[in-house]
Write a protein that binds this ligand. Structure first.
Ligand code: PLP
Length: 353
């Protein structure tokens, strides 16, 4: 069990007492003959309801996700990408110039950017050489002002999952909110932490439809948390944060679970092939184990290889300036032919670098 006696004590007082904006669609959401309540344009040229504001609480998508994830919709917040949820968590828990958060680099860059935006100190406790959490160091570095701890599992850019026991210890000992970012969970052999929400009131799990669901363009991130925190997130968000076209696109895609599962299976088998082939290339120093849809690869001169790949029309991510990722490129698993193009290009380039 979490030893946080009262997670609500971490919420900034002005947020706790905030009176949420009440939108027209909050005040009336049923069917009616004539809508004259939201100052919308009455002409619906395409007969698609584009002239109408969307559902502020995205009930249809949440009900679909509740069935897929096995989690009540009351435990879900939907954001304009997970990045919106990250931003709102800072607004809810962190006081500018006073609070701090803990992150564990190398990791997803938005936690640090968001802390800078909110003028919140970002205490970095690096992962170990094998890319696992240094739990003693995290707890030693935490202080009374440490409001959130960001854990990314599977981790970006390293690709590996973080040990369950370590995360559990942190959930039980860290005296703030523990945010577990599971953007890549659908590619992972590990179970999601969403099933532990009732055990840990200080737990927030982030997921996204931008990766396995193939909906990066729709911008839809999910935060799973206890119902009271979800209500606070809903109070702080902009009223219509998920656009109508996005809601419709997402709702249609969520009906096609078969395609989703098929794509994941294909990506995973392509990942295994790519992993093997990368290891065979002379000049590739190390291919790191992955639980995600990308692979971290260490070379002799990552920057030079990156530039030469670009010249051949292939774009990967240069992570060589990132802590513990010296001379590393991060490669997303593509289609079979995209992966083959990469491998061919690497054979041509790497031997010469
Ligand atoms: C770990 C992690 N979290 C979140 C995101 C962003 O997700 P979204 O597209 O939902 O904002 C990314 C994107 O690369 C990511 O790697």
């Amino acid at each position: 069990m979490s030893n946080i006696p009262n997670w609500k004590g971490l919420v900034l007082p002005h947020i706790l007492s905030l009176q949420a904006y009440s939108s027209a669609r909050d005040e009336f959401s049923g069917d009616a003959k004539v809508f004259l309540d939201a100052n919308e344009n009455p002409f619906d040229e395409e007969q698609q309801n584009w002239n109408r504001y969307p559902d502020p609480l995205q009930k249809k998508i949440k009900n679909q996700l509740a069935k897929i994830k096995g989690i009540p919709s009351e435990n879900m917040f939907l954001g304009n990408g997970s990045d919106e949820a990250i931003d709102l968590l800072f607004r809810i828990f962190c006081k500018a110039g006073e609070s701090n958060v803990i992150t564990c680099p190398p990791t997803y860059g938005m936690y640090k950017v968001s802390s800078s935006i909110h003028n919140v100190e970002n205490i970095e406790v690096a992962l170990s050489e094998d890319f696992q959490l240094e739990i003693n160091s995290i707890l030693k570095n935490a202080n009374e002002q440490s409001k959130m701890l960001f854990i990314c599992s599977p981790n970006n850019p390293t690709g590996n999952s973080l040990r369950k026991d370590d995360i559990q210890k942190l959930l039980e000992s860290f005296k703030g909110i523990v945010v577990i970012d599971e953007a890549y969970i659908d590619f992972s052999a590990q179970n999601s932490w969403i099933h532990e929400l009732s055990k840990y009131p200080n737990l927030v799990v982030l997921q996204t439809l931008s990766k396995a669901w193939g909906l990066a363009s729709a911008r839809l991130g999910i935060a799973f948390a206890n119902q009271e925190l979800i209500a606070i997130l809903n109070k702080v968000k902009p009223p219509y944060n998920i656009s109508g076209p996005s809601q419709r696109l997402v709702s249609t895609s969520l009906k096609n679970i078969e395609a989703f599962e098929q794509q994941i299976n294909t990506i995973l088998s392509e990942r295994d092939k790519l992993y093997q082939k990368l290891q065979d290339i002379p000049g590739v120093k190390r291919v790191f184990p992955t639980d995600s849809n990308f692979i971290l690869v260490q070379l002799n001169d990552a920057r030079a290889v990156y530039q030469k790949l670009i010249a051949k029309g292939i774009v990967v991510r240069d992570r060589s300036n990132v802590k513990l990722c010296n001379n590393c490129l991060r490669v997303t698993v593509g289609t079979e032919s995209q992966n083959e193009s990469l491998i061919l290009a690497l054979y041509e380039i790497v031997e010469k670098v």
